[in-house]
Design a protein around this ligand. Structure first.
Ligand SMILES: Cc1ncc(COP(=O)(O)O)c(C=O)c1O
Length: 327
């Protein structure tokens, strides 16, 4: 945190080691929420946040990001804040879209958190999987934000060890204390042998992170180009994470779920329907319902051989018009 974000963190008091980001996030919700507290989430978003907020007695409030580039609209953000707002969740790089929130957006979010006295919980699990030479900026590093931010992340994506279940929350000492308190009651401890291994992983040289990035960037480019060649025109090229969130063409008669079913049956290739990441908007003027079943999330965190084989299987279904035959 010091080296990359310039933040002083006391390892004895400001960190809670948990079973992955998933537990760190859930323990953070139990640590900060009182029943009825509202938590702002962006839509689409990673699916575990909503459930954790609800289990902890909180109320999720959604701010729709605007397709095709998933831009953040200040009016929508502003409208989401009420007297009950306790916290806001920021996941950047973002699952499912691959969006990396830019400095203007981070500045806006930070300004609202400061002026509305709101806690930010960041999910930075894709912090090292970021493309086109962009830096990863932690919201906690913006002026006045460290004292109101809970940073969560884990070993899972950076070291490709999702099964090890080692993650963390970094927060002001009183919040980190409360998170550790919940954590010890719920899971007692993250796996000790993997915490030992984490020490080695976290000392990896810069070349490790560069090669991780380059490797994923070439996979991203390969899958992105391949999808275009099959008639799946991806408007938004991801700047981070290992996902491509592709819109089905307007002419496609299938929903996202039907498309994925056909892809599995006909090509033996699996993708995730986008509807799992969208939520009914609290605001009836929102138009999320018009596009929530038109997106497919493709993951490229696989070997080059597996990706090439998946693309070949899909290409066999391309018809004379150059499109996947069931598009
Ligand atoms: C945005 C995001 N956060 C958290 C996780 C889970 O992380 P962990 O394995 O550390 O619990 C994932 C995994 O898919 C993810 O995409």
């Amino acid at each position: 945190m010091k080296q990359i974000h310039g933040l002083d963190v006391d390892p004895a008091t400001d960190i809670a080691i948990c079973c992955g980001q998933t537990e760190a996030f859930s323990a953070a919700m139990f640590a900060i929420l009182n029943p009825g507290d509202e938590v702002i989430l962006f839509d689409p978003s990673f699916e575990t946040y909503e459930t954790c907020i609800l289990i902890a007695g909180g109320v999720p409030v959604y701010v729709a990001l605007d397709p095709p580039y998933w831009t953040l609209d200040e009016v929508k953000l502003s409208n989401a804040f009420t007297a009950k707002t306790k916290a806001l969740v920021l996941n950047s790089p973002h699952n499912p879209t691959g969006k990396v929130f830019n400095m203007d957006e981070l500045g806006l979010i930070a300004e609202y958190c400061r002026t509305k006295d709101c806690i930010a919980i960041t999910d930075e699990v894709y912090e090292y999987i970021i493309y086109d030479n962009e830096p990863h900026i932690s919201l906690a590093s913006l002026p006045g934000m460290q004292k109101r931010t809970i940073v969560t992340s884990s070993l899972s994506k950076t070291y490709s060890v999702t099964g090890w279940r080692v993650g963390w929350a970094i927060a002001p000492s009183c919040v980190a204390f409360a998170i550790r308190n919940i954590h010890t009651k719920v899971t007692d401890s993250a796996p000790a042998p993997f915490q030992e291994a984490a020490v080695t992983a976290l000392k990896s040289p810069p070349e490790y992170y560069n090669s991780l990035r380059e490797d994923y960037e070439s996979k991203r480019d390969f899958v992105y180009k391949s999808l275009w060649k099959m008639g799946i025109h991806v408007d938004f090229k991801p700047s981070g994470s290992f996902f491509i969130f592709a819109a089905l063409p307007e002419t496609c008669k299938l929903t996202d779920v039907e498309f994925v079913e056909e892809l599995i049956k006909q090509a033996g290739v699996v993708a995730v329907p986008g509807c799992g990441f969208f939520h009914t908007s609290n605001d009836s003027s929102e138009n999320v319902t018009t596009y929530y079943n038109q997106y497919i999330r493709f993951a490229f965190c696989k070997s080059d051989a597996t990706l090439t084989s998946a693309v070949q299987k899909m290409q066999q279904l391309v018809d004379a018009s150059g499109h996947l035959k069931f598009l």
